[in-house]
Design a protein around this ligand. Structure first.
Ligand SMILES: Nc1nc2c(ncn2[C@@H]2O[C@H](COP(=O)(O)OP(=O)(O)O)[C@@H](O)[C@H]2O)c(=O)[nH]1
Ligand SMILES: [Mg+2]
Length: 394
């Protein structure tokens, strides 16, 4: 799964990215994955199941602090988008190309109102604008791609009697569009015309709905620590009722993670407090004090960075975390306890999980066993968040 950070220049995308991926150890432990310069590993946080089994897990990927399990996800920092990107302005198409593979977008918005539409310093800017501009650019991008192929594509699909949703999903699989997305869009739009006779107005609606389905978005109301932050956050919330909007201070999260790394404080990402364990100089004391008072104690979700990632994965994409585990043995062949945790799409089954573990496990599936209840489960069993299962094969 890939999460794309989007937004105009200077809103704090790179700061968010750096804060969320600040654990170089992790990158080193993935020697065979090629991570592009602007891609890194962030984490979603879940209650680890090790506590229920009275043990301490040893993650092969990610980490666990006080039974808070941090499960890796791929994060991408994208160059700033400005109005006109879909026509090639700014980094234009390069920017959009990067976004193809994302499953969900985090739009970073600067709620301080101190950066204009192009990311230059200003005062009293209304950040509500930025959301509109971004939506428009993304819609145009989808529309351009649709227009290029539409007339011949729609006719061909009709003549050959193809399943329309399947054909569209195939045509746009590069954008991670799947059949479900297309079906939901068609249901919603309920056009009476055949696709081959759709007019531009139909295509415009279709493109924007398909964009919303295949690239859902959450908004990080960043720089909430600055003057006017709260007011502008309120404006955003009032205007965009359909979006999940989370107050955020990427800068504060970065400072907290850096202080943690330097052994100055103990801080678990997402928490509302930290403990001082090192010798702080006056400047550090002052900075951390400000973060404590203006951010951590002020907002329900602390700095918001962890909440944004968790909400994107578990509430927007509705993914679930599944642990491979057997009732009698929680360790793998190397003696590591509960080393793995998989993130799977909603409505995944026991068989899907088997395939996620290994193709052979899928092909030779006999049953799954719930590590908690020791009950046997069939192929079609629908997985629940934090299930712990063993797959029994032939
Ligand atoms: N006060 C404050 N400043 C921030 C925050 N996040 C980022 N910044 C600052 O905003 C500026 C632009 O950040 P950057 O991450 O480079 O933005 P990008 O162009 O979107 O990648 C930098 O000076 C950051 O230090 C925040 O949460 N609070
Ligand atoms: Mg940047």
């Amino acid at each position: 799964m890939l999460i794309g950070l989007v937004g105009k220049p200077s809103v704090g995308k790179s700061t968010f990215f750096k804060a969320a991926t600040l654990a170089e150890v992790e990158i080193a432990s993935y020697p065979f994955t090629t991570i592009k310069a602007n891609q890194g590993i962030g984490y979603v946080k879940i209650d680890c199941i090790d506590k229920e089994f009275n043990t301490q897990c040893m993650p092969a990927h990610g980490f666990c602090i006080n039974h808070n399990r941090f499960v890796p996800i791929d994060l991408m920092d994208v160059a700033g988008l400005v109005s006109g990107a879909s026509e090639g302005k700014g980094l234009g198409n390069k920017f959009l190309d990067d976004l193809r593979q994302a499953d969900v977008f985090i739009q970073i918005v600067d709620v301080s109102g101190t950066t204009d539409a192009e990311g230059k310093i200003t005062k009293g800017y209304n950040p509500c604008n930025d959301v509109l501009v971004l939506e428009e650019e993304l819609n145009k991008w989808y529309l351009n791609l649709l227009m290029k192929v539409w007339s011949s594509f729609a006719r061909k699909a009709e003549i050959e009697g193809l399943n329309f949703s399947e054909a569209v999903a195939k045509q746009f699989s590069g954008l991670k569009v799947n059949e479900e997305h297309v079906k939901r869009v068609l249901l919603k739009l309920n056009f009476s015309e055949k696709p081959s006779s759709w007019k531009e107005s139909h295509l415009i609606k279709f493109a924007s709905e398909l964009r919303k389905e295949s690239k859902p978005m959450i908004i990080a109301a960043n720089k909430i620590d600055m003057e006017n932050g709260k007011e502008n956050y309120k404006l955003l919330k009032e205007k965009y009722l359909d979006y999940k909007i989370i107050p955020c201070s990427a800068d504060s999260e970065l400072a907290l993670r850096e202080a943690t790394k330097a052994n100055l404080i103990k801080y678990i990402p997402g928490e509302k407090a930290f403990e001082i364990i090192g010798n702080l100089n006056e400047k550090q004391k002052e900075a951390l004090g400000r973060i404590k008072k203006d951010v951590l104690e002020e907002f329900e979700e602390g700095t918001g960075v962890q909440a944004v990632l968790n909400t994107a994965v578990f509430n927007i994409l509705r993914y679930i975390a599944i642990f491979p585990a057997s009732a009698n043995k929680l360790a793998d062949s190397k003696g590591r306890i509960l080393p793995d945790c998989f993130l799977l799409p909603p409505r995944s089954t026991a068989l899907d999980f088997a395939y996620a573990l290994h193709t052979d496990f899928g092909n030779n599936f006999i049953k799954a066993i719930d590590a908690r209840s020791k009950r046997a489960l069939g192929k079609a069993y629908e997985l629940k968040h934090r299930d712990a299962l063993e797959i029994v094969t032939r």
